[in-house]
Design a protein around this ligand. Structure first.
Ligand code: CLF
Ligand code: SF4
Length: 579
């Protein structure tokens, strides 16, 4: 058990972010700390990004902008406000992936480890109506397992048909391995399913044969390279057919280090050329207890840093220049709620199978309208501050972790967070580049410091996971976690503000400070290298050389003139300045 850091004296509180940047609709921390209220078809949303995460509708064809505006997976901005639900109606599969154990959900869309209760289409409809009436910001219904939706086409399409008829404001979404996709394009279009995800892990069968042991196609089972060749050809054919019909397509890829990681930029380039809207590179989830081939043979998944580097390559000028999704949570096939939360337990069969459920369309429309008013305020603030997430990335950036319950606001205690949103940030620039799950550190209402020894190991793991970040932004943090983060070179900043605004402000401050320290270190090193063995008399009087004015003292003040709240070691800060 790693001991927790000794409690320290309460440090000075960080300067608050100016309250003027909080829109009037953000009335109090308590209100925004509540789950975001609900939803409606949205106008153009998002920041000024020109690509990435589906985060912006700026510059998009209006028809596409309308489709992504309230889809939590296709729009990073929308995922802060809108929820999705999956109904597990599809049990069987027609291929085998080496990262899948059929006892669990389809790993193409879900992390393995939990089974789903299978529903009939009629049961699924009842559940959708119940959930949609309770969680009004639920805007999308997806079928994503527990097997392959199109290997269970009758059940999948019957479900979609029922929901389209009775819940007209819900968007329909399907996730498929693509093997039989091309056979179902007309049905998908007729049903108004306007979002389809295809999992494409390779376009080279040589890579594919290390991922797929077999494929069942037209009554025959294929193995080896031939299996992957058939799968790949069918996937690309399906993608082309869908995009030709104007159906929005996202491609998911599982990043498997040493197997397809080097290949995925080419996949990204190919699917972009065929009209895919978004590429979601997800990390392999692999552990022996999952009983998968990869789990049992020790195939590791990527680190968060490796994942981000690959996503950056796919997005970059020298890569595929593809829109990348960075906020995927690898949901279960029966997931309910905002991405990153699972409210499935609240909707057991007793809540939707006993008696008729009335669909509250008017209540949903009202709630969606409220969300859009809120989003409009947030957008106005972002525009007023000229914060971008687009191509004009500043030269120097840092990673900043955020604790949030959604609603576009930093509004969660450090100790209550079960995930952190990771932003890359710099001068007037902020972009979500990933999310990282952690164990909740504090079960109490407000105190993050009190607790048993096992909190220490939870905290250690969280600190380790965030150690490449320059700061953590949260609504509150105790002394213990603050000191542990500081020891790892991560500054804790308490604030309550619109995420993009505070991330950009703090990111600019920390990047500038890191750059200054790098320059200072280089200056010191150069002087040391040039310094003669015997210093000339009077050298120590030079304030830059003698240590009487240390670099921390010189550069502690931030660009906006307020003091940085906590001194920190120069090394890690400097190392965290990106480019
Ligand atoms: Fe579900 Fe998938 Fe539709 Fe979203 S999930 S079927 S596109 S509604 Fe989203 Fe979940 Fe990631 Fe999937 S976060 S696993 S990308
Ligand atoms: Fe498993 Fe999904 Fe692959 Fe089928 S497509 S083997 S259900 S991960």
């Amino acid at each position: 058990m790693t001991p927790r850091p000794a409690p320290a004296a309460q440090p000075a509180q960080p300067a608050p972010v100016p309250a003027r940047s909080i829109p009037l609709t953000v009335l109090s921390p308590a209100e925004a700390a509540a789950p975001p209220v609900a939803a409606a078809p949205a106008p153009a949303a998002g920041c000024a990004s020109t690509k990435g995460c589906g985060a912006s509708t700026t510059g998009l064809d209006p028809a596409i902008a309308e489709k992504v505006a309230n889809h939590p997976c296709y729009s990073q901005d929308a995922h802060q406000y809108y929820a999705r639900m999956h109904v597990p109606v599809a049990p069987g599969c027609n291929i085998q992936c080496n990262y899948c154990n059929r006892k669990f959900d389809c790993a193409n869309e879900s992390r393995p480890g939990v089974t789903s209760r299978l529903l009939t289409p009629e049961q699924a409809l009842a559940k959708v109506k119940r959930v949609a009436s309770e969680i009004k910001q639920m805007s999308v219904l997806g079928v994503a397992g527990p097997g392959e939706p199109l290997a269970n086409a009758g059940r999948t399409f019957r479900t979609m048909e029922l929901v389209a008829r009775e819940c007209p404001d819900i968007r329909l979404c399907v996730s498929t391995n693509g093997l039989t996709l091309v056979d179902h394009v007309d049905r998908i279009a007729d049903l108004g399913i306007d979002h389809v995800t295809i999992t494409i892990n390779m376009i080279d069968p040589e890579v594919g044969e290390r991922i797929y042991p077999w494929v069942a196609f037209r009554g025959r089972r294929y193995t080896g390279r031939q299996a992957s060749k058939i799968l790949s050809e069918r996937q690309l054919e399906g993608l082309a057919a869908l995009t030709g019909r104007g159906i929005l397509c996202k491609v998911n890829s599982v990043m498997i280090p040493g197997v397809n990681d080097e290949h995925l930029v080419e996949v990204s380039r190919t699917v972009r050329g065929m009209g895919a809207f978004l590429h979601n590179v997800m990390p392999l989830v692999s552990a022996p207890e999952h009983g998968t081939y990869y789990g049992l043979t020790g195939q590791r998944g990527p680190t968060p840093q490796e994942l981000k580097a690959l996503q950056d390559r796919c997005e970059g000028d020298d890569g595929a220049e593809m829109n990348m999704m960075r906020h995927c949570r690898q949901c279960r096939a029966d997931a309910v709620g905002l991405l990153g939360e699972d409210r499935g337990d609240e909707f057991g069969p007793e809540t939707y199978l006993d008696g008729e459920v009335t669909y509250d369309l008017a209540g949903r429309q009202e709630a969606h309208a409220a969300i859009e008013r809120w989003r409009s305020d947030v957008r106005a603030t972002r525009e007023e501050l000229r914060i971008s997430a687009g191509a004009a990335k500043p030269e120097h950036t840092v990673l900043v972790a955020v604790a949030t319950k959604g609603g576009g606001v930093v509004n969660q205690h450090f100790g209550h967070a079960e995930e952190f949103w990771i932003y890359e940030a710099g001068e007037k620039w902020a972009r979500l580049v990933g999310t990282r799950s952690v164990a909740r550190y504090c079960e109490g209402v407000s105190e993050c410091d009190d607790g048993e020894d096992d909190k220490g190991s939870v905290l250690d793991r969280t600190v380790q996971l965030l150690s490449d970040c320059a700061a953590v932004l949260c609504s509150k943090i105790g002394n213990g976690p603050r000191e542990a983060l500081a020891a790892a070179g991560v500054e804790a900043v308490e604030c309550y503000d619109i995420i993009d605004s505070v991330v950009a402000t703090e990111g600019a401050r920390l990047a500038a400070r890191g750059v200054q320290r790098v320059a200072d270190d280089a200056h010191q090193a150069a002087r040391s290298a040039c310094r003669p063995a015997a210093e000339p008399a009077g050298f120590a009087a030079d304030p830059l050389a003698g240590g009487s004015l240390a670099s921390d003292d010189l550069f502690e003040d931030t660009p906006d003139g307020r003091p940085a709240p906590h001194p920190r070691p120069a090394g890690p800060v400097a190392a965290k300045v990106g480019s």
